[in-house]
Write a protein that binds this ligand. Structure first.
Ligand SMILES: *[C@@H]1O[C@H](CO)[C@@H](O)[C@H](O)[C@H]1NC(C)=O
Ligand SMILES: *[C@@H]1O[C@H](CO)[C@@H](O)[C@H](O)[C@H]1NC(C)=O
Ligand SMILES: *[C@@H]1O[C@H](CO)[C@@H](O)[C@H](O)[C@H]1NC(C)=O
Ligand SMILES: *[C@@H]1O[C@H](CO)[C@@H](O)[C@H](O)[C@H]1NC(C)=O
Ligand SMILES: *[C@@H]1O[C@H](CO)[C@@H](O)[C@H](O)[C@H]1NC(C)=O
Ligand SMILES: *[C@@H]1O[C@H](CO)[C@@H](O)[C@H](O)[C@H]1NC(C)=O
Ligand SMILES: *[C@@H]1O[C@H](CO)[C@@H](O)[C@H](O)[C@H]1NC(C)=O
Ligand SMILES: *[C@@H]1O[C@H](CO)[C@@H](O)[C@H](O)[C@H]1NC(C)=O
Length: 350
């Protein structure tokens, strides 16, 4: 082992020692840190041209994104060591187990990134795909591990009622019986709560027995999230099932947030925001998430990706996607969601 190798080992040992001392989450906050340029990153993970799971919405390089710098930023937590992603180790630990992402297209974004990371780590593993209207499943057959996606915009239900149309039921979670059979659950919901007009997929909101045409959307979000939180507390056996909630994934359509007033989208962004704090602070929805999650008594983990993602105004597809719209909401694959999955991995092995 060379001198550098020994130094690295020592750094690693100190990192591990700090983590054990820190008892995981309180001392060692993986979510506070900064983005560092590292030219060797992320080809350690995968080459997006060789990943068969990327939808046209996220495949930025294939659709002509010319710059590459956005691929070379590595998340560097201030107070602890972010372990290297080891796909083989993850599969060994979750042999015959089921990992499920549940939520909107941001969950899809993260699910596809994890599949690319696992596919690159286990190039010879046989993969079986099973899909139906509700669930998409990829099984890594050598391990019997399923990595699944359950699309649900609101987590709570939308039901068709004969007399009036589609009703968003803020008190009801009918899919929970499927979810609670899983071994790892990663939830997310936010994008759809402010949809109006033709993209709003419901006609009424129902709370208890009362139906209304509309209401304060943040209140609706809080109510729906509370229903989910109560479901976790009453239904999920957290001795068997690890539960994650993904913090708000930010968009970049308002340059005032990062001190470039007048900028209206992410089309010119090729660098992260400098520093470790986002000028406009956390989005209001993060406060709601924080409040509701603090009321849960079962152990759940907040995958607190909001600030670190706010800094990445450079990591969206913008117009480099297969539908040519301007997208500053989702994220390129390869790219930022790989870091979310490294953080998920770190939480799963701790
Ligand atoms: C999430 O991380 C950010 C950045 O470190 C921090 O400001 C925020 O308080 C964290 N949220 C929670 C609920 O811990
Ligand atoms: C990624 O894979 C493609 C297709 O195999 C190859 O042409 C390209 O050179 C690779 N890129 C890198 C950076 O290795
Ligand atoms: C995958 O299989 C090929 C051909 O059998 C072999 O050369 C290669 O080393 C294998 N890769 C891994 C990571 O096992
Ligand atoms: C969809 O697939 C899942 C597992 O792959 C299965 O449990 C479920 O019953 C299927 N649902 C329908 C409606 O076929
Ligand atoms: C989880 O495990 C702990 C410790 O073994 C036990 O006290 C607790 O009752 C278990 N909870 C459930 C819901 O099984
Ligand atoms: C843009 O961000 C600024 C700074 O956070 C805020 O004051 C303003 O209301 C935002 N504009 C819109 C249209 O959301
Ligand atoms: C994106 O922003 C640029 C400049 O900020 C503007 O010229 C362009 O029209 C915007 N594109 C879309 C689709 O909004
Ligand atoms: C980023 O911030 C650091 C320290 O706060 C400063 O030294 C550096 O010049 C800044 N870079 C840019 C591009 O603003």
């Amino acid at each position: 082992m060379g001198k550098m190798g020994i130094v690295m080992e020592i750094v690693l040992m100190i990192g591990l020692f700090a983590m054990t001392l820190g008892n995981g989450e309180t001392e060692c906050d993986l979510y506070t840190g900064k983005w560092e340029l590292d030219s060797s990153y992320p080809l350690l993970l995968y080459n997006s041209s060789e990943c068969p799971f990327i939808r046209k919405e996220f495949d930025c390089i294939k659709y002509g994104r010319p710059d590459r710098l956005y691929l070379h930023f590595r998340w560097h937590p201030f107070h602890c060591h972010l372990p290297r992603f080891d796909g083989e180790d993850l599969m060994e630990r979750f042999r015959e187990k089921k990992i499920m992402f549940i939520g909107d297209s941001i969950s899809l974004n993260q699910w596809e990134s994890l599949l690319c990371m696992l596919h690159a780590a286990l190039p010879n593993s046989t993969i079986i795909q099973q899909s139906n209207d509700t669930i998409r499943t990829i099984i890594f057959q050598d391990y019997g591990t399923s990595v699944m996606l359950f699309l649900s915009h609101y987590l709570v239900d939308i039901e068709e009622e004969e007399d009036i149309g589609r009703v968003l039921k803020l008190d009801s979670i009918k899919n929970g019986d499927i979810w609670k059979e899983m071994d790892v659950l990663i939830f997310n919901t936010w994008l759809w709560w402010y949809r109006k007009g033709s993209t709003q997929p419901w006609d009424y909101i129902q709370i208890g027995n009362e139906r209304v045409k509309d209401m304060d959307r943040m209140e609706a979000f809080r109510h729906g999230l509370r229903t989910w939180a109560n479901w976790v507390d009453s239904e999920v056996d957290t001795n068997k099932t690890r539960v994650f909630f993904q913090g708000i994934s930010p968009s970049h359509y308002n340059g005032s947030e990062w001190n470039e007033p007048g900028v209206r989208n992410c089309s010119k962004e090729t660098m992260p925001v400098n520093g470790s704090t986002y000028p406009s602070g956390l989005p209001a929805a993060s406060m709601t998430v924080q409040q509701v999650l603090s009321e849960i008594s079962k152990p759940i983990h907040l995958l607190n990706i909001t600030t670190l993602s706010q800094l990445r105004k450079d990591a969206h597809p913008s117009s480099y996607n297969g539908f040519k719209g301007m997208d500053c909401t989702h994220w390129c694959i390869a790219g930022l969601p790989d870091t979310w999955n490294q953080l998920l991995y770190a939480a799963l092995i701790s």
